[in-house]
Design a protein around this ligand. Structure first.
Ligand SMILES: NC(=O)c1ccc[n+]([C@@H]2O[C@H](COP(=O)([O-])OP(=O)(O)OC[C@H]3O[C@@H](n4cnc5c(N)ncnc54)[C@H](O)[C@@H]3O)[C@@H](O)[C@H]2O)c1
Length: 328
């Protein structure tokens, strides 16, 4: 029996426990860099995520991955429900199970809300590390929800951010975001009246609204200036076909999953990605090559991201005696 579950027990970590573990964003970006290097070298196992759909534009996805170099294996069972805010519930919720790589036994079950919020932003920041101009200092945040918050933290960890343009269709959410982010980081945070104003002066643009199967995207060709980088964690819901066609490099985090979603009806106006993040991190495909390139990361969110960071959350939680041990 391995050390992780020597007593036939697993550790349950609530949402608060996971947050209290205190995994910092720079460490997370580093863990993801290792994981994506392994992926670029084809040394991981990660089947495309199957899902079920109990509401329009909602999903429940099963996301398993194994990263041998990190001795990490497990699965996330995650839901995304765009209407949940009307009930005071998070858009993204779910559970994550870690399995011992030698015995297969589960040794941890944890809430995945915090991990999903932060690993997604860390993956965008990792894409930006390779695809954005290092001197990028203005950020456009379109949709000021959970991802809008975590993305600003992750980008600020790598870039000399001074000014943020924030846009949300719910004015009260946008206003609160501006207040909170200014208090936390002391950047200029300007709430803007429309999507265009959040894009046109920004070096780094994040779109994180609802994922829609039949979107009516607002961002037009010419809005993102040359040299800009964008991360779309809401698939193609925000960018028109013409704006997408304008990118010099359009990347994703996994070609197979991109094609899987395309077959399901997403990305009908989106050119095929020229590279994925694993190929870029492993040096098989180039990142940014010129200062005036427009670059885009459409990271779909991978089980790899979760399995890169969850063991470290577990390790920190054990160090701090967080969570509840339960019998198998
Ligand atoms: N790719 C990934 O890895 C990944 C991971 C997690 C979440 N996501 C996606 O990120 C998106 C945001 O998730 P979240 O947890 O931050 O949700 P959230 O509910 O916390 O935030 C969404 C925000 O979008 C705002 N909004 C709705 N329509 C908008 C529009 N057209 N323009 C601007 N703002 C708009 C809402 O008012 C809300 O504040 C979702 O689409 C989710 O599926 C992607």
């Amino acid at each position: 029996m391995s050390a992780q579950n020597a007593g036939g027990q697993f550790l349950y970590l609530s949402r608060a426990d996971v947050a209290s573990a205190g995994l910092d964003v720079r460490t997370m970006i580093g863990l993801l860099e290792t994981a994506f290097r392994e992926k670029g070298g084809a040394r991981i196992e990660m089947p495309p995520k199957p899902g079920i759909h109990t509401q329009p534009d909602a999903f429940l996805h099963a996301m398993p991955a194994y990263i041998p170099a990190m001795k990490s294996a497990g699965i996330k069972w995650v839901g995304g429900y765009p209407e949940n805010h009307k009930r005071g519930l998070p858009y993204i919720t779910g559970l994550l199970v870690l399995n011992d790589v030698e015995t297969g036994l589960p040794y941890a079950v944890m809430d995945c809300t915090w991990i999903t919020a932060h690993r997604t932003a860390a993956a965008s920041a990792l894409s930006a590390k390779f695809l954005a101009r290092p001197d990028s200092c203005t950020v456009g945040i379109l949709a000021c929800g959970v991802q809008g918050r975590s993305h600003l933290e992750a980008l600020a960890a790598l870039f000399p951010v001074t000014r943020v343009f924030a846009y949300d269709t719910r004015r009260e959410v946008q206003d609160q975001y501006a207040v909170d982010m200014h208090a936390k980081y002391a950047f200029d945070v300007l709430g803007v009246d429309n999507a265009k104003a959040a894009v046109v002066e920004s070096d780094l643009v994040v779109t994180a609204g609802p994922i829609l199967k039949h979107p009516d995207p607002p961002i037009q060709a010419g809005w993102l200036r040359p040299g800009g980088f964008a991360s779309a964690v809401d698939f193609d819901s925000y960018w028109t076909g013409a704006a997408l066609a304008e990118f010099d490099k359009l990347t994703t985090d996994d070609h197979a999953q991109f094609q899987y979603y395309k077959a399901l009806g997403y990305f009908q106006q989106t050119p095929n990605p020229c590279s994925d993040l694993g190929e870029i991190v492993a040096g098989l495909k180039p990142g940014r090559e010129r200062a005036d390139e427009r670059t885009l990361a459409i990271n779909l969110g991978l089980a790899l991201d979760d399995m890169a960071v969850a063991p470290e959350v577990f390790r920190l939680a054990r160090q701090k005696n967080l969570g509840t041990w339960l019998p198998l």
